[in-house]
Design a protein around this ligand. Sequence first.
Ligand code: PLP
Length: 387
Amino acid sequence: MADQTRSTRSPRTLAAQALGAIDPETRAIVPPLHVATTYLRDPDNQYRSGYSYGRPDNATVRQAEAVLAALEGADGALLFGSGMAAATAVVLALDPPAHIVAPRVMYWALRHWLTNDAPRYGHRVELVDTSDLAALERTVRPGETRLVWIETPANPLWTVTDIAAAAEIAHRAGALLAVDSTVATPLLTRPLALGADIVMHSASKYLNGHSDVIAGALATARPDSGPWQRIVALRARHGAILGPFEAWLLMRGMRTLPVRVKAACESAADLAARFARHPAIAQVLYPGLPGHPGHAIAARQMTGGFGGMLSVRVKAGEASAIDAAARVEVWKRATSLGGVESLIEHRASVEGPDTPCPPDLLRLSVGLEDADDLYADLDRALRAANA
Ligand SMILES: Cc1ncc(COP(=O)(O)O)c(C=O)c1O
């Protein structure tokens, strides 16, 4: 495959053609699915193909990694069996005891793992509002903090953190900055260009986009660096690599990423504006709305849209929010995000008692349906719930 990682072609062209990969054997324009777990050793005892066994590496996985690297403007990418496997690999690759700073508002299962499980590996985790740069600066400990983790926009309030400023703060303290960019996607934000060391995605979401693959990804601008090499080794030893079929599906999903993200952004912006005027809704949380606390930074670091995720707070409270979610027909009542179908979720029910998520909040993942159908469906459900 031609190395197009640093191509000047647009992400839409790179994605649509999966970097233009042509199978050298057959000239097929769709990359083959390599399922072999083991490879023939050369007679002189070498492995010149670069492949020896399926746990450290796989050709289909590598092709999908190359597409992601090109989209992120990265020099290295690694795919994992889930977003959680990718995120936890970053932490497990640190030498203990490491001080880790992470956001209060973030994907709840990772926050739970960081606060409950990471200490069992010898690490100390401190949570802070990372959108408050002064608070972040006070929380990092020079020479002691090894990792600053941020998520932007962050679940489920879509809190925005200034990536370039967070990178400066992390680097001054001698720490790495890792960014969960799942919701922004490589189309809207390029964290590495803003100074981040590692970008993480739950590829189960927008990258794959069809709610049929669980996958995770990391990308870096410095694949030769010590921390990245430890992550590479850890993925191989822990056996956390993505399966070939999932990688193949993910590559197919990434081919349409730019058009899916564009459509989701347009519908989400439209719905956010309309629901902001709805009589049953107290507040719409969407970084694209001028009243959102992170709007100015989002406008600076997100290009081409503010994402397909928003949350609404129902005026009549939690019971009414749950009732409205029970009455929708076009929106599907389910967890996850970033698929072609729109999803609605009473988020506090998922996150449990220690969540910063307000109980009256419904999280909306806007898919590819007609925005008028989505509006009419939730409008009807909200009115019926309040009747
Ligand atoms: C923002 C974000 N990060 C990480 C994850 C974890 O990814 P996975 O479910 O692929 O393990 C999720 C999953 O919901 C997520 O939404």
